[in-house]
Design a protein around this ligand. Structure first.
Ligand SMILES: *Cc1c(COP(=O)(O)O)cnc(C)c1O
Length: 422
């Protein structure tokens, strides 16, 4: 559910007209609903209220400071995957004791920064990372709180690029070697084992893979405890899908109903790392039609948002619903909605049936709150778009549109390239 709705034929986000917003802030433009974001967060809080828990928003889905703050205000934590994300989370005022740090390639510099900040735990993904973290912690005269990311070898039945819990995946430690790695961890003097972590993939639309994975992890927790290790935190990852098209993913309460008995029995504090399911349907990308072009075999709608603004269709063959911001009576046409970028892969939709649109008209690309702006780039020297957060009948620009000077900031022309020098 989300708060993008038509009123008298015009699209609104909560009580703000998208047409008026686009007029004031320009396009392409990302718009998010405060109400949707908060409601999604509270749905998790409520679903897991019966166990001690922490909802650590996976920031890589949407890293805007205002959105991080919104969740932090409701008691949320953050799942970070880089020093940059740590910096963002701190800048948003998130309590470091509510931060968990995942990722297969944490550098020593990143470990140092996170240890200094005093994060809740590192989700460690390999033996080498474990020894590096031990050394870094020693050099700072501290102990690093650690969960091992265990790969339960479960097929989450999602797109291969967002499938992370199979044996062949680069993520985590194979479950068959987990005990051995935990033993290594407990021998290291500057590592403190505090938990266990798994995350099997993204855009999951079934409960069964979760349950299967968690059953395996639950057994492992028992075994580890039997060997004298303390597992206080059970981080079950993120991954719940959203509706882009016709998917019917489970709701947080449905997931909770299936796994709560297992989680309760463990006595652990449960950490969840939802990303997409918190923000995905809370955002839309607003874009203006520049031209339309009718070919012999294809019709194109050329818009001012490209794959640099929203790469998911190109990267994952992802589907995003696209609707005209103003409804009118007109015929449908089958079109490719494409951006201005010089790549054939630059499309937002292919072979899509849409009402026939005209230049200057606004389109809304829905479900663009997750992995959308956060994956935006400056390819083709395109400034990244503005982001706006709507709250009732108010809105705030939570990120300014980049300027032309932003595009060249940090670049230098060396002296030996001065005109007149050879
Ligand atoms: C990406 C990621 C998440 C969030 O996944 P969603 O599908 O967006 O919920 C959570 N945990 C880890 C470790 C991740 O890499």
């Amino acid at each position: 559910m989300h708060d993008f709705r038509f009123k008298k034929g015009k699209l609104y986000c909560e009580d703000v007209s998208i047409e008026a917003l686009a007029e004031k802030v320009g396009t392409p433009l990302y718009v998010y609903s405060h109400n949707t974001l908060r409601r999604h967060f509270l749905a998790y809080q409520k679903a897991f209220a019966k166990v001690p828990h922490l909802i650590a928003f996976a920031m890589k889905a949407n890293a805007n400071l205002a959105i991080l703050r919104l969740f932090a205000k409701e008691g949320g934590g953050i799942d970070i995957v880089s020093e940059g994300e740590l910096h963002r989370a701190l800048a948003a005022g998130v309590d470091p004791k509510k931060m968990v740090f995942a990722g297969v390639g944490k550098t020593r510099k990143e470990m140092q920064a996170a240890l200094r900040a005093g994060i809740l735990m590192f989700n460690v993904e390999s033996a080498q990372e474990l020894t590096a973290l031990d050394e870094v912690a020693k050099s700072l005269g501290t102990k690093a709180p650690v969960a091992l990311r265990v790969n339960p070898d479960i097929n989450p039945k999602t797109h291969p690029y967002i499938s992370t819990g199979l044996k062949k995946s680069k993520f985590g430690i194979e479950i068959t070697r987990a005990v051995e790695q935990y033993q290594l961890a407990s021998r290291l003097s500057n590592i403190e084992v505090v938990g266990i972590h798994s995350h099997i993939g993204s855009q999951l639309t079934q409960i069964k893979p979760f349950v299967d994975a968690l059953k395996r992890i639950g057994k492992l927790i028992e075994e580890l405890r039997g060997r004298g290790m303390e597992i206080k935190y059970w981080d079950i990852g993120g991954g719940l899908g959203i509706t882009y098209d016709a998917e019917k993913p489970p709701l947080p309460k449905e997931l909770a109903a299936a796994i709560l008995p297992l989680l309760k029995e463990s006595g652990c504090t449960i950490i969840l790392e939802p990303g997409r399911s918190l923000v995905g349907n809370a955002g839309a990308l607003i874009t203006r039609v520049i031209y339309t072009k009718e070919g012999e075999t294809k019709n194109f709608v050329i818009v001012d948002a490209g794959m640099n603004d929203l790469i998911r269709p190109s990267l994952y063959e992802a589907y995003h619903e696209i609707v005209p911001v103003v409804k009118k009576k007109r015929r449908n046409a089958t079109v490719d909605v494409v951006g201005p970028i010089c790549e054939s892969g630059d499309f937002l939709a292919q072979e899509r049936t849409l009402p026939q649109v005209a230049p200057e008209e606004l389109l809304a690309v829905l479900s663009a709150g997750a992995y959308s702006f956060s994956m935006a780039s400056n390819y083709n020297a395109r400034p990244r778009s503005a982001e706006v957060l709507v709250h009732g009948d108010k809105y705030a620009t939570i990120r300014e549109r980049e300027s032309m000077d932003d595009l060249i900031r940090g670049e230098r022309i060396p002296e030996f390239l001065d005109f007149g020098q050879s």
